[in-house]
Structures are given as structure tokens and as C-alpha cells.
Design a protein. Structure first.
Length: 64
């Protein structure tokens, strides 16, 4: 497969899919419509919703 993003071996085909659903054109082609917001925007929204409920400084202290 061009670009080294997969392989073919006999009857088997493997493809690298990481990030594929971040492409609005691909999502539109597969699902019939693209999402209103990007995956990055959704993850930012999720992080903003969770952060007020976490003691981030304490988490960093424990992790580091």
C-alpha cells in the first residue's frame, strides 16, 4: 500500500487507520454526514468539562 500504511499478504489486507475518523471527508463518505465539530474540539470540550472536578495539581504531584 502506498506510503507504508498497510500491507498485503495473499488474501489478507491490513491498513493503518489511526486518525482516519478525524478526516471530515472520510466521515462524510462513510456515515453520510460530517460531524458539526472536529474530534479535537470534542476532546477539548470534554477536558474543559472534567477539569473543574479534578485536583490537577494533586494528580501531577502523585504522577511526578
Amino acid at each position: 500500500i502506498p506510503g507504508g500504511r498497510g500491507f498485503v499478504s495473499g488474501r489478507f489486507l491490513g491498513a493503518y487507520l489511526h486518525g482516519l475518523f478525524e478526516n471530515p471527508g472520510f466521515v462524510r463518505a462513510v456515515l453520510g454526514s460530517a460531524p458539526a465539530r472536529s474530534l479535537e474540539n470534542e476532546l477539548d470540550h470534554l477536558a474543559d468539562s472534567v477539569e473543574p472536578h479534578l485536583d490537577v495539581d494533586r494528580l501531577l504531584e502523585v504522577l511526578l
